[in-house]
Design a binder for this molecule. Structure first.
Ligand code: HAM
Length: 437
């Protein structure tokens, strides 16, 4: 039996756990700043929840099995069907718009590669009950503000946005039959991975004149909204969607994240339930897998819960984002573990030192001391490695000496003064560490 974790699964040693905890804090902080509230659902769901609407790609990656009650079940590969089911079940009772977020661990039996594992954590941010494009803009703003909070600007990350309705309207305007939609969408989705001329690519265009294909691909490639507005002003279906996109763009700019935005009709999204504006965040060099993906899925609540309610959301995984942060040197420094180290000067001082440490802990300071007597120089080294700001040297009676590790200064004081001064330090309930480099 192998001693390691299963392929595609991760062990989080404290250093990696600290990185993950830092990212979760950023996610929670920004989501809450936008007025979203946190929820969770079960990690195991009925298989049917995914086979109904998620699409073949994700269904092919399910970790599914029969439970002991002979039910077909699956570990959740995504959060959207769960949250759609939860919201649909209480649709009448919930005040709209519903703005929820969650950080589930998800499981997909993928081919393991850079940026793709068999488990990952994914921030899900979703809005229910608002059909207006204002909600789409709000959603993109959350994703971009998270990038900003991580120290990633528009030079590092781009938000590529499309609208499935725009692509559909263009197909109709170019007289491409609706029966080709699925194949054409799939081909455009793979445009960057499968070169033109590949048999898979060519089969999507059967029966469509080459000049039409070229025209469509030209529009997709340029993704120029203003040019489309001019060219298709006389085609109401296209003009309507273009107008909505123009309003979306001005709202995204109003949110102060317009610089991240790039209209790109090549973004189709693999999941089957999207109905409107869809988007993905990528590293600006385009070298990594998507950091984040989402969009509008107005029909999913109807399909899963019989409730007619517009919905939209995104999922942002921890794997690609952490890789990117590491690559750009923006990964958080390992946080300090301690505020204080209490150093008994000798065996006779040991019990008193334990008592001092206990008092400091009760006052909310992360404090440690040696579990067996050690030399003072060793203790100072251990304290520094743990990031402790101060070492308190304790004898068996009398005052204590407090050494500040940053500058090496040392002060003698009574225990009462020590407790007061540390409490007034603003260090309570923390290690005193900052959370970002
Ligand atoms: P998705 O595009 O399948 O969308 O996943 C969203 C993000 O999760 C991806 O951009 C990627 O960062 C991360 N991710 C997905 N699969 C893996 C994997 N195997 N390993 C590492 N990271 C991964 C959804 O899941 C939608 N349910 C998102 C959504 C929420 N749409 C509406 N609301």
């Amino acid at each position: 039996m192998s001693a390691g974790a299963l392929p595609g699964f991760r062990d989080f040693y404290p250093e990696q756990f600290a990185e993950r905890a830092w990212l979760f804090e950023v996610w929670r902080r920004v989501a809450r700043r936008f007025g979203f509230v946190e929820y969770d659902g079960p990690p195991l769901e009925s298989l049917e929840l995914y086979t109904k609407k998620s699409g073949d790609e994700i269904v092919g990656q399910l970790y599914n099995f029969k439970d002991k009650g002979d039910r077909d079940v699956a570990l959740r590969p995504e959060m959207t069907p769960t949250v759609a089911r939860m919201v649909a079940a209480k649709a009448n009772a919930l005040r709209k718009p519903v703005k929820w977020f969650s950080i589930p661990q998800l499981f997909r039996y993928e081919r393991q590669q850079k940026g793709r594992l068999r488990e990952h954590f994914q921030l899900n941010v979703d809005i229910f009950g608002e059909a207006d494009v204002s909600a789409d803009a709000e959603l993109l703003a959350v994703a971009c503000e998270i990038m900003r909070e991580c120290g990633l600007g528009p030079d590092d990350v781009r938000a590529r946005v499309s609208d499935r309705r725009l692509l559909t309207a263009l197909l109709r305007a170019l007289e491409i039959p609706a029966s080709s939609d699925a194949a054409v969408f799939a081909a455009i989705d793979k445009i960057e991975r499968i070169p033109r001329g590949h048999p898979l690519w060519e089969s999507a265009w059967t029966g469509i004149p080459a000049t039409t294909v070229d025209r469509l691909l030209g529009l997709v490639e340029s993704s120029d909204l203003d040019a489309m507005a001019r060219e298709f002003a006389h085609v109401p279906d296209v003009a309507g969607v273009v107008d909505r996109m123009l309003r979306y763009r001005s709202l995204v700019e109003a949110h102060g994240v317009g610089e991240y935005l790039k209209l790109d009709l090549k973004i189709v999204r693999g999941l089957a339930y999207y109905t409107g504006i869809v988007f993905e965040l990528f590293d600006a060099k385009g070298q990594m897998r998507a950091i984040c993906g989402g969009g509008r899925y107005d029909n999913l609540l109807e399909a899963l819960g019989g409730v007619d309610m517009p919905a939209l959301g995104f999922g942002m995984g921890d794997v690609v984002l952490s890789d990117l942060l590491r690559e750009r040197g923006k990964a958080p420094a390992t946080p300090a573990r301690l505020a204080c180290w209490v150093a008994p000067k000798d065996d006779r001082a040991y019990v008193r030192a334990v008592n001092v440490a206990a008092e400091l802990r009760r006052r909310g300071l992360a404090t440690d001391y040696p579990l067996r007597t050690q030399s003072l120089s060793k203790q100072v080294k251990v304290a520094a490695d743990a990031g402790a700001g101060r070492v308190v040297f304790v004898g068996d009676i009398g005052d204590v000496e407090v050494k500040t590790l940053a500058d090496g200064s040392q002060t003698t004081m009574s225990l009462e003064r020590l407790y007061d001064s540390l409490e007034n330090d603003g260090n309570s309930d923390s290690t005193g560490a900052t959370d970002h480099p």
